[in-house]
Design a binder for this molecule. Structure first.
Ligand code: 6CS
Length: 378
């Protein structure tokens, strides 16, 4: 299945390239638009030098890489990857040409992780929830009420944490994937049909869609829910048809993916932060010349604030859109601190479950992260 997907992708890339060449009268401009959201050549493959000779050089990239995301154009992950591609093309004077893929262009989220691990794609935005059975330690992102409610503070911890940027990174590198950055896509909220989720009792037998991570499952089982792992590609229809009763996501994604159209309620629970990772295939990255590695690291660093502002703006704008929507009214309920405490009380022992089930290193990484979070709060 995996190989045929890659072959289909290559066939489609070749066909698309032929169309582009035909449209351009056969002049190879160095782009590799495959119809899946190539953003680089058109926007940043501009001539950057005055001479014809220099211009030709800028039009002939040395490096062609693929960057896969779990979201669509206009959504946070895709826009991040598109900006990364633009900046890399610019910094490298056109030597680096990156094709960005929307969700579904190369399979579902788990297929994408596999392709990245095998080096079929060089870069990806990966949600740890889709690597739960591979890098068990990374399931700590599933723990409710672990990070501060203050999203900016959470991002500071994600940027500076040794637990994440050294020790968890090493765990991913054992699987040939290097997380270069962790970034928040915003606090997660619950949506539901039938009833607003305000107490753990409301989760009794509630069919909750989750990503494919055993610890996410455990986090909802302690509330009494019936967790159901699935790709988000199936989620709208599953909510609509009652296959599942609800789901968790940041507000921008709930609105942009249209989940509010098929859900009656949204509970502002802020029970967890949605963390995504900028991941590069480890062997590929280690094999790059130092100047190119430096450009990648610099671009990743530049995009930290950029993506924070993007998610912040989108979460705020799309909350307003949901509040004002007459076509798809959603009842929005803000949990009180007491109501959140009832969930927190049930969620805290899941940390012990994590320590007991995922090995000593997992426990050590969580211990250090908890210390770092505590220090950041004070
Ligand atoms: O719920 C999900 O699975 C999706 N949510 C977000 C915010 N991004 C992509 C991911 O697959």
């Amino acid at each position: 299945m995996f190989k045929s997907k890659k072959r289909n992708f290559l066939v489609s890339a070749v066909l698309s390239l032929s169309l582009i060449l035909a449209a351009c009268g056969g002049d190879d401009d160095g782009t590799t638009d495959d119809g899946n959201g190539d953003v680089n050549g058109d926007t940043t493959g501009e001539d950057t030098t005055e001479t014809d000779e220099g211009a030709d050089e800028a039009k002939s990239p040395e490096y062609h890489w693929d960057f896969v995301t779990e979201e669509y154009q206009g959504q946070v992950q895709y826009e991040y990857a598109a900006e990364f591609a633009r900046r890399m093309a610019e910094k490298s004077d056109g030597r680096v040409d990156i094709t960005v893929y929307e969700f579904g262009g190369l399979g579902d989220e788990v297929d994408q992780v596999e392709q990245l691990q095998l080096g079929f794609t060089e870069f990806g935005i990966v949600s740890p929830g889709f690597t739960g059975t591979m890098v068990e330690e990374a399931q700590l992102f599933a723990l409710h009420f672990l990070f501060p409610d203050d999203v900016a503070l959470t991002q500071e911890i994600l940027d500076s944490s040794e637990a994440l940027n050294v020790h968890l990174r090493e765990k991913y590198e054992e699987h040939n994937m290097t997380p270069l950055a962790y970034f928040t896509e915003g606090p997660m909220q619950w949506t539901s049909n039938g009833l607003p989720l305000t107490t753990p009792d409301d989760f009794d037998g509630f069919k909750m869609r989750i990503q494919q991570s055993p610890l996410i499952s455990q986090s909802y089982e302690v509330y009494g829910a019936d967790p159901t792992p699935m790709s988000w590609g199936e989620l709208y229809t599953s909510l609509d048809q009652g296959v599942v009763d609800g789901q968790e996501n940041p507000i921008f994604f709930i609105e942009d993916a249209g989940f509010h159209e098929v859900q009656d309620y949204m509970t502002i629970s802020n029970h967890n932060n949605y963390v995504a990772m900028t991941v590069v295939n480890t062997d590929f990255y280690n094999g790059l010349p130092e100047d190119i590695q430096g450009m990648i690291d610099e671009t990743v660093a530049e995009l930290r604030d950029w993506v924070f502002d993007l998610q912040d703006q989108m979460n705020s704008d799309l909350l307003t859109a949901m509040e004002e929507s007459e076509e798809h009214p959603t009842e929005i309920y803000n949990l009180t601190e007491d109501e959140r405490q009832a969930f927190r009380d049930l969620a805290m022992p899941v940390r012990d479950f994590f320590r007991e089930n995922y090995g000593d290193d997992a426990g050590r990484i969580l211990d250090l992260l908890e210390e770092e979070i505590e220090a950041a709060r004070n």
